[in-house]
Design a protein around this ligand. Structure first.
Ligand code: DGI
Ligand code: FE
Ligand code: FE
Ligand code: FE
Length: 190
């Protein structure tokens, strides 16, 4: 596909080698999940490809850019500017990569913290980000990869839960949206 090729080339200049490989992994994993669940294949490819487009921008530059583009920065984001790569990525996907589709932009925006009431495409990108083949082999990975094709909502809940446990164990500050997303899906699927 021409658009995918063009964006890939551009991304190769913005990302380091590992991150580029990761985004290719997320792109194809998103496509596989889109096939399984009947989501729009092209949207899944584009959202997966672009989800981390702002990841390799230095922290202080991320903050500057968010201020310039009037993207809100929470206390926790100011302390952990890495979290900003999701909303900044959605902004850049539109501004620099000419993505107009709101579903794709939302999937990029919500891929780090999740969001209560995620669309199918958002779930796909969130899950693909976690389980693409290049990801570190966490102990739960076999289960997550199996569940992803068995029951997407159970899989999403499993990742949200494991991630929150991990963040708390590491004593990392929890973003409000991360917490709200977990609570929302905990009531639905626990
Ligand atoms: O960008 P990726 O590494 O591919 O993946 P991602 O965008 O899902 O980011 C994962 C990182 O984000 C992981 O190291 C945990 C962190 N994270 C997610 N939610 C929160 C968080 N970190 C903090 N401090 N608080 C959160 O709520
Ligand atoms: Fe990310
Ligand atoms: Fe993630
Ligand atoms: Fe990622």
């Amino acid at each position: 596909d021409q658009e995918i090729e063009k964006i890939s080339k551009k991304l190769m200049k913005e990302l380091d080698e590992d991150r580029y490989r990761h985004t290719q992994g997320v792109m194809y994993t998103s496509a596989a999940l889109a096939m399984r669940y009947g989501a729009d294949l092209k949207k899944a490819l584009l959202a997966g490809l672009l989800h981390d487009c702002a990841k390799c921008i230095p922290g202080h530059t991320k903050i500057k850019m968010c201020e310039k583009y009037n993207l809100e920065i929470s206390e926790i984001e100011r302390k952990n500017p890495s979290l900003l790569h999701a909303k900044l990525g959605a902004y850049l996907a539109k501004d620099k990569y000419d993505i107009e589709d709101e579903e794709i932009l939302m999937a990029i925006r919500s891929h780090t913290t999740g969001r209560p009431g995620m669309s199918l495409l958002e779930k796909i990108v969130y899950i693909a980000d976690y389980m693409e083949p290049g990801r570190k082999e966490l102990p739960n990975m076999m289960d997550v990869r199996h569940l992803a094709f068995e029951d997407i909502d159970k899989c999403l809940y499993r990742i949200l839960r494991d991630s929150l446990v991990y963040l708390k164990a590491q004593d990392m500050p929890i973003d409000q949206t991360t917490e709200e997303t977990y609570q929302y899906y905990n009531e639905l699927y626990s």
